[in-house]
Design a protein around this ligand. Structure first.
Ligand SMILES: [Zn+2]
Length: 225
């Protein structure tokens, strides 16, 4: 049975941001209840709000921007979900990924599920998330050249507790060829072990010259009951 599952969170005024640094304003522009002819709103967001894609330009002045990507670059036909909910320290390292290496062969998108999403309504989601080590990106590039993007169910691959490691990780992903895109703050709890991922679609808001963009990400899946 084929189904589609949303892997993006809805954006609202409570949407968390990296170290609580984001801006989200959603205001009514026109309102039928107030005598206007229609309803509309004005929204103001940092471009790293909610489920979003980080592009090379985020850390590299000459790196690609979101509008440099073709839509086909953002359709992942060989995605995989790696469950890391058993990690005990604050870092995702090569060792954690290597345990799942047979699930990564030939994959183009790796969704790392830490389970940290369950704290999304708490402050620790913005300040205390697991950090992906830079070494992971070098390891993936060398051993799994098909990988084009990584998705995480945390606010960022970086974190307040070790921003230096987080910056190194961003550079390892975004500043080295072939670049690995990052999809942060994903909704991965809707996927279960009974779900077979077929295709993942990441549809960003295509604003020109942006280093990142909020994205609607969804998966076509097969459910085996
Ligand atoms: Zn970001």
């Amino acid at each position: 049975l084929k189904k589609y599952i949303l892997l993006s969170h809805f954006i609202n005024l409570k949407t968390p941001s990296y170290c609580d640094s984001g801006i989200i304003e959603i205001n009514t522009d026109r309102n039928i209840d107030n005598g206007d002819i229609c309803n509309s709103s004005i929204i103001r967001l940092s471009n790293h709000t909610g489920t979003h894609i980080d592009c090379p330009y985020h850390f590299d002045q000459s790196g690609a921007k979101i509008s440099d990507y073709e839509i086909c670059d953002l359709i992942f036909k060989k995605p995989t979900l790696i469950d890391l909910s058993d990690i005990t320290d604050h870092y995702i390292s090569i060792n954690d990924i290597d345990k799942h290496k047979f699930d990564i062969i030939d994959k183009d998108l790796i969704l790392l599920r830490t389970g940290f999403e369950r704290f999304r309504n708490e402050k620790k989601y913005m300040f205390d998330n697991p950090i992906v080590k830079a070494e992971v990106f070098y390891y993936l590039r060398e051993n799994f050249p098909a990988v084009k993007a990584i998705g995480v169910d945390t606010i960022s691959i970086s974190g307040y507790n070790d921003r230096e490691a987080g910056r190194a990780a961003h550079r390892a992903a975004l500043c080295v060829n072939p670049r690995i895109l990052l999809i942060e703050d994903m909704k991965l709890n809707a996927l279960s072990t009974k779900t077979k991922l077929l295709t993942v679609f990441a549809a960003p808001i295509f604003i020109e010259n942006m280093d990142a963009a909020p994205a609607t990400v969804f998966a076509e899946v097969e459910i085996n009951e």
